[in-house]
Design a binder for this molecule. Structure first.
Ligand SMILES: O=C(O)CCC(=O)C(=O)O
Ligand SMILES: [Fe+2]
Length: 224
């Protein structure tokens, strides 16, 4: 399941973030890749300990953890904090699958979900599509600045060459409370329907029951 989350940041906010990020020192992106990825990757990144990157990363995580659609879809347990990349002048990242386990200062994170937060305006570059081989086929994703795509880390994916302009983004991984993609999707669908019915002030007793079912499934399927 691939989910687009629009307007995580407003245009004005994104412009401010990009300005701060542009002013930092960008380094060869291969410093953070796994073995499979490094032969296929040509881009730039900020050092993971860059203080501005860390601060903006915190802001992104806080924003996402307060976003009902993100929380419903991801059921987040632990982030691998956002990193920042930039593609220009033909930079690309060929097909790969992200490493399964990443270590942070707080311990190991299993990468159940991957996300890209687009920080460049759509008209600021050509190419740079994030192409994801999802369960439902291939999807080509290029979102407005401030919007995020969330997809299973089991997916093969690539970033096509940026043939003009510049594509800046934040990318991150997270461990979900529910490891299994199918179970996570069922919980998401159930939760979304409950939210819609709640907004319509429909069938109170059935909603009460369904909410109980949601929590009992989550209790059964989550690992903390
Ligand atoms: O730039 C992106 O959207 C994705 C980056 C990516 O796939 C990675 O760094 O593993
Ligand atoms: Fe990747």
């Amino acid at each position: 399941m691939l989910i687009e989350i629009p307007n995580v940041f407003s245009k004005q906010e994104v412009n401010q973030l990009r300005e701060q990020l542009d002013a930092r020192t960008w380094i060869d992106g291969n410093q953070t890749s796994g073995m499979m990825a490094s032969t296929r990757k040509r881009n730039q990144q900020l050092d993971k300990d860059d203080p501005v990157a860390l601060q903006i990363g915190e802001l992104i995580m806080a924003r996402l953890l307060a976003h009902p659609l993100f929380v419903s879809a991801a059921l987040p347990l632990q982030f691998y904090p956002p990193l920042f990349n930039r593609y220009q002048g033909g930079d690309t990242f060929g097909y790969h699958i992200d490493n399964a386990i990443r270590s942070t200062s707080d311990g190991m994170v299993r990468t159940d979900l991957s996300a890209t937060l687009f920080l460049s305006e759509l008209n600021a570059y050509e190419g740079g599509e994030l192409v994801i081989q999802d369960t439902y086929g291939q999807q080509s994703i290029k979102l407005a600045a401030g919007s995020l795509v969330l997809y299973p880390s089991t997916s093969l994916h690539q970033v096509t060459p940026v043939t003009s302009g510049e594509r800046t983004s934040a990318f991150m991984w997270l461990q979900s409370m529910v490891r299994d993609e199918g179970q996570r999707r069922l919980l998401f669908q159930l939760d979304q329907s409950i939210q819609t019915l709640t907004a319509q002030q429909a069938a109170e007793q059935e909603l009460f029951n369904l909410t109980g079912v949601y929590h009992n499934l989550l209790r059964r399927w989550s690992e903390l």
